[in-house]
Structure formats: structure tokens, C-alpha cells
Design a binder for this molecule. Structure first.
Ligand code: GLN
Length: 485
């Protein structure tokens, strides 16, 4: 077990710098030192950019010295999952095929963080092209769960979750296609947000499955996660799927609802998420959390999401189909790795892809190509899209009755490194409670809700209507307060 110190909150960092109690430079130095000390055991970071972070910090210190109003994330160390681009920095997506690639542009979400004064210590480890639930598919080696080093941190944003849990960053960005923010947040005992599809621009995100991929924050508490989402959200002309809807002030919303908490809210509890396969300790923790929400004035409503059992198969058809198309661009010509000494162009493509892609990525490209192929398209891909519609309709009808839905985030606490790596189907089931919201496009959050007897964190997933992040933050904040009291 690693010793963990609570990371400072965003407001405490910003106000300490504003009041001159510390400098952004001193703070960046202390986080870099912590990374140097902790990360050899955890391996959350794929690259650390000391000079860059210190240069960013110097800019903030200049503002502070001139007595200027500091931007909302002034001096706050934020780590970036390595599927997001930062101009001039490595962006490996956890894959050998992008070794040596230096993107010539910066992702919109990352640029917005920088504009808000955040400091970037570096890029975070993840499953290759965000495919996985344990971070064991990273070509650069697994991440270890800071709470228990022989456990996985969850995936695919395992580095992003572990960095916050071990106090190596105040917040991080991850991506969630089928659960990759919520599930690692649950395993590492931190908060992770899946924003509504379209809420955050995907420009500069190395695509896995474009109709499902979303960028969202990890933080040590709900308020910080809300603050970071407020910074990165909004319309972007570079992403046609980003929404023009105005971005609410999520933190101010939390202040407004602080006295009321969840009182008067209707929270749905779907029977399908408390069935076979749910670990007994997870069940007990989540039921305990729901009881507390009830005693705080929420109305708990049993609901049904009847198509839930088709979600995993539909997800693995749609996600792999889109991946097979998105990953066709990695051919040894345009990015990163190129296999040496091939006689023909076709041989170079083949050898590059054979050397550069890991087993899971190859499996998904083959699966995706198959479900899109002539003769199988109708049976698999079209059918999966129809199921997707039914799943979304389940949520739409549920949200006529309730304000938010509460479930476990994952069926178990963090499993052992190696425990599921030979069994792709067992691994896919780790996302059984998260892929539904991914397919439906709605928002969600995972908030810590107790621990197992072994001390492993357990997360509660709170799902909300499209663009109603305010509701899930409100429930999440109430749960956090109730568990702290
Ligand atoms: N574990 C799921 C998968 O392997 C989800 C990954 C993700 O959300 N990026 O596809």
C-alpha cells in the first residue's frame, strides 16, 4: 500500500497563489518531485515535461506578481491522457505505432485548460488506443492501482485515475468510450465524469470510436471535476459534433443547490444493474449510499432499463466497427513507426501494422472489419445500431419519471493485474454498467462510495439526461458530503 496524501483542491491552489502563500513554480516543483518519487511504483506517466510545466508556472507567477486576477485553473497541475494532443509533445495513445510521433497541433480541451492557467506535468499512460478496462493493454506496461499495487487501476484511462489518486496531479483528463473514465475512477477512489456526447470538443483526440468517444475530467472531489468540465466544455468549430448549447457555471450551480442537496430529487434505481454478477461488497456499498441519499430527502424510485443485457454485444460491434475505420490511417506513412526494409508498399503497411499494433487492437480491427463486411453488415452492424436506439429509448422513458439514475459503476472492485488478461470476454464484462450510457449519449459520473473489506475503493455511478450535468454533480456532491459526515 502506497502512502497517499490528499491533493490540494483547485480553489486552494489558486487562492494560495493569489495570496502569495506559494508560487506556481514552487507548486509545480512539488508535484514534479512527487511524480519522481511515486511514479516508479505506479507508472501513470508516459512522459513528463519538466521545462514546459515550469515555463507555464512562470507565466502564472508573473500574473500573480502583477496583482492580476488569476484564471480559474491558475497553477493547477493537470495531467493529460496520452490520446490527446499537445503540440510538440509525444502522443502515443499507448501504442508502439505512434512511437516518435509529435503532433503539430493541440486538442481543444487541452488548449482550453492551458488558457485557464493549468500547468501540464506530462502525458498519462492508458490502454492502447483506449481499448481496455485495466490499462494492461498499454504497449508501455501496465499502471498499478495506488491503493493496492498488485491491482489494476481500471482502464482505459488508468494513468489519469491513478495520477489523481496518488496526488501526482490535482486533476487529469481522460476519455470514455464505454466506461474508461467512470470505471477507473471507481477502481482508484476518485471522481470521474462522462460529459454528454457533444459537450466537449473531440478535436485533437486520437479517435477510437467517434460516435462514442468523449473527453472528461478526473479529480479528487466533485466540485473540482465540475470546475474542470466548465473549462473544457463548449462549442468548437473544429468539431462538428460539439454542441452549441451554452455551458452552465457548474460550480455556481453547486453553490445554489448546496442547502437543498438531493432533497426533492427523484433517483431511479434500475433492477437490471443489481442482478447476477454484482459483487456482494459492491452491492452493499451502493445500497448503503442509496440509503443515505434517501435519508437526505431523495425519493428513490425502482425503475427498469429492459434492454440492458444487449448493451455489451451492441457496444463491441459498434465500437470495433468504428475502430477498424479510424485505425486504417496508421499505415507507416503518416505517423510514428515505419517497419524497415520492406520490398513493396503493401508489405510495408502490413509489417508496420503487425509490429506497431498490440493483440487487442488487432482483434478489434478484425472484428470491426468483419461486422462491416458485405453479407454481415445487416446481421451485426445494423442490428447493433437498432439495439443502440432501444437502449437510448430506455433511458429517455426512465428520465420522464426520474431526475437521475444511480447504479454501481463496476461489478467488482479493482481486480488483480493479470487476472483477466487472457480472457477478453471477462474483461469486456467489466464495462457492463457503463457502456449503456455511452451508447445512449447521456452524461454520467462516478463518485467514491465506500470500500471493500480489503480497502479497495467502490464507485457509485450517477447518470443524467443529455446536457444535465448539473443534476449529476448535485447528486454526486450530496453523496460526497453524506459520506464525509
Ligand atoms: N473497456 C471498454 C473497451 O475496451 C471501454 C474503453 C473506453 O471507454 N475507452 O472498449
Amino acid at each position: 500500500m502506497t502512502t497517499m496524501t490528499a491533493a490540494g483542491s483547485i480553489e486552494s491552489v489558486r487562492s494560495a497563489i493569489a495570496r502569495g502563500e506559494t508560487t506556481a513554480t514552487a507548486l509545480a516543483e512539488s508535484y514534479l518531485a512527487r511524480i519522481a518519487e511515486e511514479d516508479p511504483r505506479i507508472h501513470a506517466w508516459l512522459s513528463v515535461g519538466r521545462e514546459y510545466a515550469l515555463a507555464q508556472a512562470a507565466e502564472i507567477d508573473k500574473l500573480a506578481a502583477n496583482g492580476e486576477t488569476l484564471p480559474p485553473l491558475a497553477g493547477v497541475p493537470v495531467g493529460i491522457k496520452d490520446v490527446l494532443t499537445l503540440e510538440g509533445f509525444p502522443a502515443t495513445a499507448g501504442s508502439k505505432i505512434l512511437e516518435g510521433y509529435r503532433p503539430p497541433y493541440t486538442a481543444t480541451a487541452v488548449r482550453k485548460l492551458a488558457d485557464a492557467g493549468a500547468i501540464f506535468p506530462g502525458k498519462l499512460n492508458c490502454d492502447e488506443f483506449a481499448m481496455g478496462s485495466s490499462n494492461e493493454n498499454s504497449a508501455y506496461g501496465p499502471v498499478h492501482n495506488p491503493h493496492h499495487l498488485d491491482r489494476v487501476p481500471g482502464g482505459s484511462s488508468g494513468g489519469s485515475a491513478a495520477a489523481v489518486a496518488a496526488g501526482m496531479a490535482v486533476a487529469t483528463l481522460g476519455t470514455d468510450t464505454g466506461g474508461s473514465i467512470r470505471q477507473p475512477a471507481s477502481f482508484c477512489g476518485v471522481v470521474g465524469v462522462l460529459p454528454t456526447y457533444g459537450r466537449v470538443s473531440r478535436y485533437g483526440l486520437i479517435a477510437f470510436a467517434s460516435s462514442l468517444d468523449r473527453i472528461g475530467p478526473f479529480a479528487a472531489n466533485v466540485r473540482d471535476a465540475a470546475t474542470v468540465l466548465g473549462v473544457i466544455a463548449g462549442h468548437d468549430p473544429m468539431d462538428a459534433t460539439s454542441s452549441p448549447l451554452a455551458v452552465p457555471d457548474y460550480a455556481a450551480d453547486l453553490d445554489r443547490s448546496a442547502d437543498q442537496g438531493v432533497s426533492g430529487m427523484r433517483l431511479g434505481v434500475p433492477a437490471e444493474y443489481f442482478a447476477e454478477g454484482l459483487d456482494a461488497e459492491v452491492r452493499a456499498a451502493i445500497e448503503g449510499g442509496i440509503e443515505r441519499l434517501r435519508s437526505a430527502g431523495a425519493e428513490i424510485c425502482p425503475i427498469s432499463l429492459p434492454h440492458t443485457r444487449y448493451a455489451i454485444p451492441a457496444y463491441y460491434v459498434i465500437a470495433t466497427a468504428e475502430a477498424s475505420s479510424n485505425l486504417a490511417r496508421f499505415d507507416g506513412v503518416r505517423y510514428g513507426l515505419r517497419a524497415p526494409q520492406s520490398d513493396t508498399l503493401a508489405a510495408m503497411y502490413r509489417r508496420t501494422r503487425d509490429l506497431g499494433f498490440g493483440a487487442e487492437v488487432k482483434r478489434r480491427i478484425m472484428l470491426g472489419t468483419y461486422v462491416l463486411s458485405h453479407g454481415y453488415y445487416d446481421a451485426y452492424y445494423r442490428k447493433a445500431q437498432q439495439v443502440r436506439r432501444l437502449l437510448a429509448d430506455d433511458f429517455l422513458s426512465a428520465f420522464k419519471e426520474v431526475d437521475a439514475i444511480v447504479t454501481p459503476t463496476a461489478p467488482t472492485p479493482a481486480f488483480r493485474i493479470g487476472e483477466k488478461s487472457d480472457d477478453p470476454v471477462a474483461m469486456y464484462l467489466a464495462d457492463i454498467y457503463t457502456v449503456t450510457a455511452s451508447l445512449a449519449g447521456i452524461c454520467g459520473i462516478s463518485v467514491p462510495c465506500g470500500r471493500s473489506a480489503e480497502g479497495l475503493p467502490i464507485g457509485m455511478q450517477i447518470l443524467g439526461k443529455h446536457f444535465d450535468e448539473a443534476a449529476i454533480f448535485r447528486v454526486g456532491q450530496a453523496l460526497e458530503n453524506l459520506l464525509a459526515s
